[in-house]
Write a protein that binds this ligand. Structure first.
Ligand code: GLC
Length: 528
C-alpha cells in the first residue's frame, strides 16, 4: 500500500488572532504585528501549530479590516510589510505556520479597483463590480438595509452584501478571478502557509439576480437580513469551480498550503465545499458548535451527523468561538467552557482556538456610546454588536492587562486583574492549564491527533466517545454538559489522564463512571 501522507494541517491546532486586540507594541491602544511577534512565546508554550490573522491589510476600517483597500500591503496601524515578514520568519523558526485572511467577495469602496470602476460607465474596470440601472431585486445587506447603493456620478446602483463601503466584486469576470489569484500568489511567495477565505459562499450571485423568498421563521429579534432566505444571493453552484481554482493556486507551491473557507451553511450544503474528489477547500469551517444549543443530545447527534456526512478522505474541523460570534464562555458559562475545551480538543478534526478562549475570556459589555462594530451600530436595538468578543487580550494584572501602554481601542474586561495569562499559568486548576494539558496530550497521542472517532453513549446530560487508532485501545472521553452529577454505566477500564477537576487525574476507573456537574474526563483505556 502506498504510504499515506498526512498534511500538517490535519495534525495542527489553529489559533485565531484578532490583531487589533492581541498586543500593542507602540502605545497607540491598537494591537499590531510586532506585538504578536512579542507574544510568540505564549503561543509556543501553549503548543499551537498555526496562527490565522484576521485582516492586517490597508483599510479604511469601516468593517475593521474586512474592507480591504490594498490586498498586498499592511495597514500602518499594524506595522509594515517588513514587520509581517519578520513575523512569518519568527513564527516559522518556532515551527508555527502563519495563515492570512483573504477577503475575495468585496473590496473597500476606497480600493483603486472600485475607484476606477465607479469613475465612468466605460471604464475598463466597470465590470469588476456589479452595476445595475435600477434596483433589480429585494436583496438585503447583512449589516442592515438594502444591498443596492445608488451612485450619483454614473447613475447606477452597485451591489454590496455587507456595508455600502464594501462593494461586491463581480466574480463572473475572469479578470477579477486572476487578480485575486495573483493576490494569493503574492502572499504565498512571501511564505504564508495558507488562507482563511472570508464569506466564500457569498462570492457568486444568481446570474438572473432573482428575488430572495421570505423566511417563514423570521422574528423581529433576528437581524433584518434574516427576513429573506438568501437562496439566490449566496451558495451558487459556480462557487465550487472558483474554490477548486483557489486550491490549484495553493498547489503551485510546496508545503501543503491550506485553504480554509468561512461557510455558514447546514451540514449537507457545507460538505459540497470539500469539492469533487476533495479538490475544493481543505477545511470548510465547521461552525456547528458555535450555533447549536448547549444540549448533550443535540450535540452528540450533530457530531455523528457531521462525521457521517464527511466525504471519503476529507478531514473534519471544529470551532468554538470567533470574532463574529459570542465567546464560548459567555454562551455556555465559565464551567461549561471547560467541557467545551475538552470537546474541541478531543474530537476528530483540526481545532481552531479563538484568542483568549484559552483563559476563558468572556464577552465584555461595551457601553452603547462606545460601540465600534458597524453591525451593532446599524441595528442598535438588536444587540448584534460583535465588539464584546473582540476585546483586548488579558495578559497580566498590570495597567491595561499588559495589552497596551495607553487606553485600548475597545475596553477591557474589568475582571482582567483576576482573569489573565500570567495568573492562570501559575494556577494548576486554571482554564489555561487545562488547554495546555489537552493540547499536549493531543500532540503526543496519535489516537487523539488523527485516530478514529467512535461514539459510545449520549443522553440528556452527557456525551461519551472513544478516539483510537490501530495501535491500542485509545481514549475514552466522558463529558457532563450539565451542572448536575451524572453516571455512565460502562464496562471500560482505564486511568484518568486529564480532568476538569485535576484532583481526578491518575485515578483508575472501571465500570460505572460518576461525574460531578460540569465535569469532564479523558481516560486512557486499558487493553484486553
Ligand atoms: C466575515 C467576517 C466578518 C466580516 C464579514 C464581511 O463574515 O468574519 O467579520 O464582517 O465577513 O467581510
Amino acid at each position: 500500500m502506498e504510504n499515506q501522507h498526512t498534511p500538517w494541517w490535519q495534525k495542527a491546532i489553529i489559533y485565531q488572532i484578532y490583531p487589533r486586540s492581541y498586543q500593542d507594541s507602540n502605545g497607540d491602544g491598537v494591537g499590531d504585528l510586532q506585538g504578536i511577534l512579542n507574544r510568540l512565546d505564549h503561543l509556543q508554550w501553549l503548543g499551537i501549530d498555526a496562527i490565522w490573522l484576521s485582516p492586517i491589510f490597508p483599510s479604511p476600517m469601516a468593517d475593521f479590516g474586512y474592507d480591504v483597500s490594498d490586498y498586498t500591503g499592511v495597514h500602518e496601524i499594524f506595522g509594515n510589510l517588513e514587520d509581517l515578514e519578520a513575523l512569518i520568519d519568527a513564527a516559522h523558526q518556532r515551527g508555527i505556520k502563519l495563515l492570512l485572511d483573504l477577503v475575495p467577495n468585496h473590496t473597500s469602496n476606497e480600493h483603486p479597483w472600485f475607484l476606477e470602476s465607479r469613475s465612468s460607465r466605460d471604464n475598463p474596470k466597470r465590470n469588476w463590480y456589479i452595476w445595475q440601472d435600477t434596483i433589480p431585486n429585494n436583496w438585503l445587506s447583512v449589516f442592515g438595509g438594502n444591498a443596492w447603493e445608488w451612485d450619483e456620478l454614473t447613475q447606477q446602483y452597485y451591489y454590496h452584501a455587507f456595508l455600502k463601503e464594501q462593494p461586491d466584486l463581480n466574480w463572473r469576470n475572469p479578470e477579477v478571478q486572476e487578480a485575486m489569484f495573483n493576490v494569493m500568489r503574492f502572499w504565498l511567495n512571501k511564505g504564508i502557509d495558507g488562507f482563511r477565505v472570508d464569506v466564500l459562499w457569498f462570492i457568486f450571485k444568481d446570474e438572473q439576480l432573482r428575488n430572495n423568498p421570505p423566511n417563514p421563521d423570521y422574528t423581529r429579534y433576528m437581524p433584518d437580513y434574516d427576513q429573506l432566505l438568501p437562496v439566490y444571493s449566496t451558495d451558487q453552484p459556480e462557487v465550487q469551480d472558483i474554490t477548486r481554482k483557489m486550491r490549484s493556486v495553493l498547489e503551485e507551491y510546496e508545503g501543503d498550503r491550506v485553504l480554509i473557507a468561512e461557510v455558514y451553511l447546514p451540514i449537507k450544503e457545507l460538505m459540497v465545499y470539500y469539492g469533487v474528489d476533495n479538490k475544493g477547500a481543505h477545511l470548510p469551517f465547521n461552525f456547528l458548535l458555535l450555533s447549536l444549543p448547549w444540549d448533550a443530545t443535540q450535540i452528540a447527534t450533530t457530531i455523528d451527523h457531521y462525521e457521517g456526512a464527511l466525504p471519503a478522505q476529507s478531514w473534519p474541523n471544529w470551532v468554538l468561538s470567533n470574532h463574529d460570534r459570542p465567546r464560548i464562555a459567555s454562551r455556555v458559562g465559565a464551567e461549561q467552557a471547560l467541557i467545551a475545551a475538552m470537546l474541541l480538543l478531543t474530537l476528530r478534526g483540526t481545532p481552531t482556538i479563538y484568542y483568549g478562549d484559552e483563559i476563558g475570556m468572556r464577552d465584555v459589555a461595551i457601553p452603547f456610546n462606545e460601540i465600534k462594530d458597524p453591525q451593532g451600530l446599524n441595528m442598535p436595538d438588536k444587540n448584534l454588536s460583535r465588539d464584546p468578543s473582540r476585546t483586548p487580550m488579558q495578559w497580566d494584572n498590570t495597567k491595561n492587562a499588559g495589552f497596551s501602554e495607553s487606553t485600548p481601542w475597545l475596553r477591557l474586561d474589568k475582571a482582567y486583574a483576576r482573569v489573565n495569562v500570567q495568573e492562570q499559568k501559575n494556577n494548576p486548576h486554571s482554564t489555561l492549564n487545562l488547554y495546555k494539558k489537552l493540547i499536549t496530550i493531543r500532540k503526543t497521542e496519535p489516537a487523539l491527533e488523527t485516530g478514529n472517532y467512535i461514539s459510545v453513549h449520549s443522553d440528556n446530560q452527557m456525551i461519551a466517545y472513544i478516539r483510537k487508532d490501530e495501535n491500542g485501545p485509545g481514549f475514552l472521553i466522558v463529558l457532563n454538559l450539565t451542572h448536575r452529577p451524572c453516571y455512565f454505566k460502562s464496562n471500560f477500564n482505564g486511568v484518568i489522564e486529564i480532568a476538569t477537576s485535576p484532583e481526578l487525574e491518575g485515578y483508575t476507573v472501571s465500570g460505572t463512571i460518576s461525574l460531578d456537574g460540569d465535569e469532564g474526563v479523558v481516560i486512557r483505556l486499558k487493553g484486553n
